[in-house]
Design a protein around this ligand. Structure first.
Ligand code: HEM
Length: 360
């Protein structure tokens, strides 16, 4: 028997006393990464998820006749929105694709209406997702230790990282044999080197869902994408293999992901403050509320790459108050994403904008 969804209230969040200090330290650690990569590339790139593999235009189609618990915020009534999409891997430096890392998918749904989150410019709703179900750290303090370690290895020992990545892929496979996985192993290069089009992408962290609270995910639904699930990209001697393969695939196929929502129905089993815990699907099944449609196109069109990679930022804090990011990790993502984007804008002398439309 599925329980009723929990009602949203600000008391569901529990602030830690040192949050502002941790955010400051995260920004300092990101500066080390940003400065090193700027020196190497002669331009600033994102301090995390620096390497894009494709930037695309699409459509976000909100379903009709959703039950009231799902028909919330952006999903309150059926609609079609233009959307921009950026696929990436999670390192702060631009590495050859032999170093296999988790995949990111960021979406900007354009022209949404409703009360905005504090400080949210423009009129978009951003969704920022990864192909892992859970996060590597329970809170931002724990994540800070990872970022400091990554800052020390940024732009160093690329050859060693390739060897390490190949060894860690073995560890990942061994763990899978026992029906488990480790986000730490994957973040260090042990993630399977999979085709981004076949992947399911998760919000990882929870969000306000109007009157309720939810996590969400994007599940590939076309037959062609399902056939690509788990396809290993051959990156030997091909530093940009993912980008090249994606471009060839997107030249011929239309991609579609179902956008599915998992409402929080049990605060003990589905914690808000700990994204290392996957929410049990028996307690709360995922339900489809929209489709992200990405028609065949050039996924590495130079004008689009410039517009999305350089002049745009994606942030979970760009959006509607009805979809407020929740929990310690999400709170720490507000100022840190802006800090990284501000650095890029300043150093590249290229301000970022909230796009007014889908074309560059
Ligand atoms: C405290 C935790 C986290 C911190 C401090 C953090 C920090 C950052 C920063 C600074 C950026 C670059 C922003 C820019 O320059 O525009 C970024 C990008 C990104 N992050 Fe996080 N992040 C955190 C957690 C997460 C989680 C849980 C996910 C999983 C959904 C995630 C997925 C992504 C993705 C996909 C991007 C690339 C967005 C794009 O394409 O522009 N991050 N993150």
């Amino acid at each position: 028997m599925i329980k009723a969804p929990i009602r949203f209230s600000p008391e569901l969040e529990q602030q830690q006393p040192d949050e502002a200090d941790i955010v400051r330290q995260l920004c300092d650690a990101f500066d080390v990464i940003l400065e090193k990569t700027t020196e190497d590339y002669g331009r600033a790139v994102r301090s995390v998820h620096a390497k894009a593999h494709g930037v695309m235009k699409g459509e976000f189609i909100v379903a009709a006749d959703l039950p009231s618990e799902l028909a919330q915020g952006l999903f309150a009534s059926p609609a079609r929105y233009a959307a921009l999409i950026r696929t990436s891997t999670n390192a702060g430096d631009i590495l050859p694709d032999t170093i296999s890392l988790p995949r990111g998918l960021a979406i900007k749904v354009l022209g949404v209406t409703g009360e905005r989150l504090p400080g949210a410019e423009g009129s978009a709703q951003d969704f920022v997702t990864n192909n892992g179900e859970v996060f590597v750290a329970k809170d931002a303090g724990a994540f800070l230790r990872n970022v400091k370690m990554l800052a020390r290895t940024t732009d160093r020992l690329e050859g060693t990282k390739e060897v390490l990545s190949s060894a860690l892929r073995g560890v990942h496979n061994a763990l899978e044999t026992f029906g488990t996985s480790s986000p730490t192993v994957d973040t260090l290069g042990g993630a399977p080197n999979v085709d981004p089009l076949g992947e399911t992408y998760h919000s990882v962290t929870p969000y306000r869902w109007g009157d309720h609270v939810a996590k969400y995910r994007l599940v590939p639904i076309t037959a062609e994408q399902i056939a690509l699930k788990g396809r290993i990209v051959d990156a030997a001697d091909r530093p940009d293999a993912i980008r090249t393969d994606l471009r060839a695939e997107m030249a011929r196929l239309d991609a579609e992901w179902a956008f599915e929502v998992q409402l929080c129905r049990d605060l003990e089993k589905q914690p808000i403050e700990d994204p290392t815990v996957a929410w049990d699907e028996e307690v709360s099944p995922f339900q489809r509320v929209a489709v992200l449609r990405v028609p065949a196109q050039d996924s590495w069109d130079p004008a689009q790459v410039h517009a999305i990679d350089e002049q745009t930022r994606f942030s979970i804090w760009t959006g509607l108050a009805a979809h407020q990011p929740l929990g310690n990790i999400n709170r720490a993502r507000n100022a840190t994403y802006r800090h990284s984007a501000d650095y890029r804008a300043r150093v590249n002398r290229c301000p970022y904008h909230e796009p007014a439309g889908i074309d560059p």
